[in-house]
Design a protein. Structure first.
Length: 226
C-alpha cells in the first residue's frame, strides 16, 4: 500500500523549502501603537465579566482574539502585533512575556500580517483521505501561492496548513478566516476562491448541500417505519 510520501510525490505536497515558518524568521513591521476601539472594548467588557477579577489573566486568549479581529477591521489583515500584546498584558495585569508565550504557542494567532483571506487547509488523515491534496492544489492554482504561510502577490490570500478542525465528517475542510467550507474538491474550491476574489462571501457549510453532518444523499437511519 502506498504511504503518504509516495502519494504526495505526485500531488500537491509541498517541498521542505516551500514550507514557511511561524513565527516568521524576520520580525514584521510593527505599528507604532495599538489601542482597543469601541467595538473591542464592548467585547472585552463582556468577556471580563466571565472571570473573577483575581483571575482575569484567564481572558488572555479571548483578548488576543479581540486584537486580531480589530486588526482585520482596521487594516484588512488579521494579526497580533507585539505592541498589542503589551496592551493586553497591561489590561490583564500580566507580564508581557506571559502574553507572548500564549500568542506564539497557538497557531490560530498570526504573528505577522496576512492576506485579506486566511485559507487554512486541514491536512490531517480524514481530510487527506477525502481529497485535501486537491483542495491544496486548487488554492495554489487559484492564488499562485507556492508554500505554506505565504501570501499571494495581490495580497488577497494567505495559505496555511492546519491540523484537524473537528469537522472530519464533512471532510475535506477549508477554513476561511472563521468560516468552515466543507465537502470540497478541486472545482468547488476554485469556485469558492473566485467568489471571494469578487468580494462575495458564499455561505459556509457543506458545498454539496449536506444538512449538518447527515450522510451524503440524505438520512439513512431513524427513518419512518415502512
Ligand atoms: S481531519 Fe480535517 S477536520 Fe478533522
Amino acid at each position: 500500500m502506498a504511504n503518504r510520501n509516495d502519494i504526495e510525490a505526485g500531488s500537491a505536497a509541498l517541498r521542505p523549502e516551500e514550507i514557511g515558518v511561524n513565527p516568521p524568521a524576520d520580525p514584521p513591521e510593527e505599528p507604532a501603537s495599538f489601542a482597543f476601539d469601541a467595538e473591542s472594548e464592548a467585547v472585552i467588557e463582556r468577556t471580563l465579566k466571565k472571570y473573577p477579577p483575581s483571575r482575569k489573566a484567564s481572558a488572555v486568549l479571548p483578548l488576543l482574539y479581540v486584537v486580531q479581529n480589530q486588526m482585520r477591521r482596521q487594516t484588512g489583515s488579521a494579526w497580533v502585533p507585539r505592541v498589542a500584546m503589551d496592551v493586553v498584558a497591561a489590561r490583564l495585569d500580566m507580564a508581557p512575556i506571559r502574553v507572548y508565550e500564549v500568542a506564539t504557542f497557538y497557531f490560530m494567532f498570526n504573528m505577522a500580517p496576512i492576506g485579506r483571506y486566511h485559507l487554512q487547509i486541514c491536512g490531517t488523515t480524514p481530510c487527506w483521505l477525502r481529497g485535501s491534496d486537491e483542495v491544496t492544489r486548487a488554492c495554489r492554482d487559484e492564488t499562485g501561492i507556492k508554500g505554506w504561510k505565504e501570501t499571494s502577490a495581490d495580497g488577497m490570500f494567505t495559505m496555511t496548513e492546519v491540523e484537524c478542525l473537528g469537522a472530519c465528517v464533512n471532510a475535506p475542510i477549508l477554513q476561511v478566516d472563521d468560516d468552515y467550507y466543507e465537502d470540497l474538491d478541486y472545482d468547488r474550491t476554485r469556485a469558492l476562491l473566485e467568489a471571494l476574489r469578487r468580494g462575495e462571501r458564499p455561505p459556509p457549510g457543506s458545498a454539496i448541500g449536506r444538512i449538518t453532518s447527515a450522510p451524503e444523499g440524505g438520512p439513512n437511519t431513524l427513518l419512518p417505519l415502512p
